[in-house]
Design a protein around this ligand. Structure first.
Ligand SMILES: [Zn+2]
Length: 316
């Protein structure tokens, strides 16, 4: 009898563990499925799970550790530009393959595959819009499109946007993220550096404001041109910003580089960057900087007074 009860007890205990293991594995499976579905997001820095909805509400900045997860260009425009004010520019510009370049696959195939996969034509969005009611010209690079590499379309779209901004007397903001110039377009992508820089110089000659925002990572030809030409250069926390990669420099110098090498924080310390702004404060910071640099307009009563005195002088 006692034996029976004991064995029943053992059996139920065994069942309990078995059930628990079973339910454990299902909840783990469910968790993995939910991550795959995009319902949950696991922070690549601290490993904490967060609801994607909550994370998006916090502009993809980890609520636990403050890690800035990468955001795509559409999301970035939503974060920065006032609702219903975004007017995209030059959406018809499409990349071509003038060198008929081939590495592991044809450049033309690679372009088509990337376009189909992420629904973008090339690695930058440009347009006009408002930021807290102030008009700006905004360019946003997208790392998903071939590592945000700068080819002819990126160069041409940014140049045309800067030229529009100069004409309309708008400030320019470019959110940078790039692995550098697009090697598949060779010399044609390198000349974009000079083209964009020249357009920025004309914008500067018109006494207009340009603010690049350096996000993770900003490297190569983009760093060597428009990313570093700002009147005020902002960066996101912990962003990697540099020209050549850490491994290449270590191999060339045969020296181990410090841990914080090429981080936004190290660049701020050495004067390459003017401020590090967390993403959640970026829109307001940009709007404040733009408002501070607005040209001082002559008050309407002064204009009226000047007109009146001119008229009276003419009458005399
Ligand atoms: Zn985290």
């Amino acid at each position: 009898m006692a034996n029976n009860e004991e064995s029943r007890g053992l059996k139920s205990l065994f069942d309990w563990f078995a059930n628990r293991r079973k339910s454990g594995s299902t909840s783990l499976e469910r968790q993995e499925r939910e991550i795959a579905d995009g319902l949950w997001h696991k922070c690549s820095k601290c490993g904490v799970l967060a609801y994607t909805k909550d994370l998006k509400a916090n502009q993809m900045v980890c609520i636990e550790c403050g890690h800035h997860n990468r955001v795509d260009s559409d999301e970035r425009i939503r974060q920065l530009i006032d609702n219903n004010t975004w007017k995209p520019l030059d959406e018809h510009l499409r990349p071509t393959d003038p060198l008929e370049f081939r590495d592991r696959k044809l450049y033309s195939d690679r372009l088509r595959e990337t376009q189909d996969k992420i629904g973008l034509v090339d690695a930058v969005h440009t347009g006009l819009g408002q930021i807290n009611g102030l008009p700006i010209a905004l360019g946003v690079m997208d790392f998903r499109f071939m590592g945000g590499s700068m080819g002819s379309v990126v160069g041409e779209k940014l140049t045309r946007m800067i030229e529009q901004a100069t004409q309309r007397r708008y400030p320019v903001v470019i959110v940078c993220t790039s692995g550098g110039a697009r090697m598949q377009e060779g010399m044609l992508s390198l000349m974009q550096m000079a083209k964009i820089s020249a357009a920025l110089q004309r914008h500067k000659d018109a006494r207009l404001l340009y603010i690049p925002v350096l996000t993770n990572p900003t490297t190569g030809g983009v760093t060597a041109s428009f990313a570093m030409l700002g009147d005020i250069i902002l960066a996101e926390p912990k962003a990697t910003i540099g020209f050549a990669g850490r491994r290449v420099i270590e191999q060339t110098l045969r020296e181990k580089l410090p841990e914080n090498f090429q981080t936004a924080e190290d660049l701020l310390l050495h004067g390459f960057v003017d401020d590090i702004v967390p993403r959640t404060q970026l829109k307001n910071t940009l709007a404040q900087l733009i408002a501070l640099h607005q040209p001082v307009l002559t008050p309407p009563h002064m204009v009226l007074w000047e007109t009146m005195s001119l008229t009276s002088t003419a009458a005399e």
